[in-house]
Ligand binder design. Structure first.
Ligand SMILES: *Cc1c(COP(=O)(O)O)cnc(C)c1O
Length: 403
């Protein structure tokens, strides 16, 4: 009998999306007329189709596979040079210098943020925000690691800051944040970088929503902060940027400056380790997908992606404006597709879910699904259509104005 990785026994069952689906379906079955009116503002996936330039490049990628002269077999595990150069140029456009040799193209940020635990040994002090994207906690539990939570709350605008009195080795940050939509400014990230440098720690920075940042004062990359190349790895994704949730492509930047000492004093490079890890366990992102990804970063590609992002952000503004008028405290909604509001009347997040479903047939996501600190909060997303978003928020405003 194989001995199993019993750390899996320590994973909490994730009931979130199945429970939402279950409650919604049960309501619709018992109330067919009202059930037909349900509007989903809990969608955690993009809804707009791929842009024209991306589609054209994907087709060209497929066509290349059709002749022996242009056929592509195994590609470089790190990604094709053209894709990596396009990503480096995109960074440069946003004011950040990144060496294409530090960029690793992958099938998405979920894989990379999950697989990165391969580089770290046992016994680290690992800081993970609460609430946050559940992948970081679960992948650490799978390794048997202990996690220390960084408390996000209204008091710190859901942007936890380092405690200089507490040592850490590995720090996960996600900005703009899923689920709260909160975004660190440069001074705050500088504080994190300084803290990491003084602790000899590494920051694992998830920048999956960087393309939603429109405020030029807000950093879209941790590498906009001086010193970050000596203490940070950055994860990016084309999922929310370019609608690649089903097409699959992401990239991770592991700077060559990132070096730490082994217990015997040997210097180890995280770039070299990640390269080794990827070459051993990953055989590269599909050529066809990388053809599509490359043009996402072209002038035309950026313009097309921004059109969709602006559409989602207009929806986010409808939601944010409604909450503002109702004086319901909320976070996000500006540089993010997510709006995180405090459940009115002291409701907990599942009570709020039922209240919205049964009274106005609007479905969102209870904050409890993202951590202990989410239990009195609720996430709405901007990925439905403008028309549905407006209608949902009209119902929402009527309901809470009469409360
Ligand atoms: C959506 C999302 C990702 C992207 O994952 P992919 O695997 O690239 O689709 C990464 N991090 C966060 C916080 C996300 O919300």
């Amino acid at each position: 009998m194989p001995r199993l990785n019993e750390h899996y026994l320590n994973l909490k069952e994730s009931y979130l999306f199945s429970e939402i689906a279950h409650r919604t379906a049960a309501y619709a079955e018992q109330n067919p007329q009202k059930g037909a009116q349900i509007i989903r503002l809990g969608i955690g996936d993009v809804t707009k189709p791929l842009g024209k330039v991306v589609l054209k490049a994907l087709h060209e990628g497929v066509d290349a596979m059709s002749t022996a002269e242009t056929f592509k077999g195994y590609g470089p595990e790190q990604g094709y040079e053209a894709t990596r150069n396009a990503i480096a140029a995109y960074y440069k456009k946003n004011g950040v210098e990144v060496d294409p040799g530090d960029i690793f193209v992958s099938d998405g940020a979920k894989s990379d943020t999950g697989n990165i635990t391969d580089l770290f040994g046992p016994g680290n002090v690992i800081l993970i925000p609460d609430p946050v994207y559940p992948v970081y906690v679960d992948t650490n539990i799978m390794c048997g690691n202990e996690v220390t939570y960084l408390e996000g709350n209204a008091g710190n605008q859901f942007l936890p800051m380092p405690d200089p009195g507490v040592h850490a080795d590995v720090i996960y940050l996600c900005s703009p944040n899923n689920p709260t939509g909160a975004c660190y400014n440069k001074a705050q990230l500088k504080e994190w970088v300084d803290y990491a440098l003084s602790n000899d720690a590494v920051i694992l920075f998830d920048s999956a929503y960087e393309a939603f940042v429109s405020d030029p004062e807000l950093p879209r990359s941790i590498f906009a902060i001086e010193g970050a190349k000596r203490c940070a790895i950055e994860f990016c994704s084309l999922s929310k940027t370019a609608g690649f949730t089903g097409t699959r492509c992401g990239y991770t930047v592991v700077p060559k400056e990132l070096k730490f000492r082994a217990s015997d004093g040997t210097e180890m490079s995280l770039n070299a380790m990640w390269n080794r890890r990827q070459c051993t366990k990953f055989n590269g992102t599909s050529y066809i997908v990388q053809k599509g990804a490359e043009v996402v970063f072209s002038e035309e590609g950026i313009r097309e992606c921004q059109e969709n992002i602006q559409y989602y952000k207009k929806n986010a503004k409808v939601i944010a404006d409604t909450l503002s008028r109702l004086q319901i405290p909320f976070f996000g909604g500006i540089n993010s597709p997510y709006i995180w509001f405090e459940c009115p009347d002291g409701m907990d997040s599942w009570t709020c879910f039922d209240y919205l479903l049964t009274n106005i047939q609007v479905v969102g996501t209870p904050g409890a699904g993202f951590g202990e600190n989410g239990k009195n909060y609720f996430r709405l997303t901007a990925f439905n259509t403008y028309e549905k978003t407006v209608e949902a928020m009209e119902r929402f405003e009527k309901l809470f104005a009469s409360l």
